[in-house]
Design a protein. Sequence first.
Length: 357
Amino acid sequence: MLFTYPIAATADNWVSTTLLELLKNAVEYLQNAQEPDGFQESVPEEYQAEFARGTKFPDLYAAFVDQCRLLNDQQRDLVLKALAGQNGFPGLFAANTPCPNITVTLQAVNQATRSLFEYAFGKLSDLKTPGSVDTVRARYHQLVHSHIASGCCPFCGLEILEAPDPDLVDPDLDHYLAISKYPFAGANLRNLTAMGTTCNRSYKGAKDILLNELNQKVDCIDPYGDQLITISLAGTVLLPGGGQGPAWVLSFDPDALSQNWRRIFKLETRLQANVLEKQYQTWLESCVKYAQKNGIDISLKEGAIEAVRKFRDTCEYETFPAIARLKTNFFELVEAELNDPQDGDRMHNFVAAVQAA
């Protein structure tokens, strides 16, 4: 993650926690050969009025109970383990912590669970925490928007998330753990992330964020944690020769923790094709214009070094965080080569040629 989500945005998580408690109690009742109570009488009094607005909740809850009624004790234990494991945040992001699913072993129960939580997820845009004037989703959106200073998608740093405004469309709210495979986390705000449309619909989709390309569980970035990923162009050769453009090298720190995130969101390819290869010449042209505007003579190498250094210091103020980092790092490399005793003249000629063009 280039930056993370505020844990405060998950505070109004009562829809998920209430449903999980009801399902857990129902399965445990069945384990003890007892009949679970109906949906509405099982809901805590403080939330009954809100849940009553979701007219499909009773039938979807009953469908889940009916499916669990058909199971034996061992199978119901699997349901309880899936319920707990799929909501074991943040521990489930560790490679050695199982996150059980029942998509294959108990397909009917998994589908009943998915139907219930897909409906609950949709109702986040309708239900309100008692005492609040905003819906759960609207409040979540407000807290996330106020926290993310750039207003950009944390997964790519390249796409603006719409502001909370009644005339605008809310950004996609992605299931970090896919609801098809981990339905018990389907309405858990801890598992929901406001995400750019391109990241969500073109790259993430229903991919399993917990598994690598070999279907092995790996360490996963917690979007609500404090782990940030830094990007570097260290190792990039700006002037490889033969008329070729820069030989880009993108590195990420920490590397292992970010591998699955980068793979799913195709981050290296997107940053290289959409930012570096597309924009580096424009960056150089802007640097030259900056020098001209500020009376810096880049026909002299010392002037080119001064212009690059001063222009580099402005790059961190780019709106898009990913571009800000790559642009700053690019000019750090240019400055380093200008100062290099062996390659300095070559880089200076390259920069001067931009001015001539």
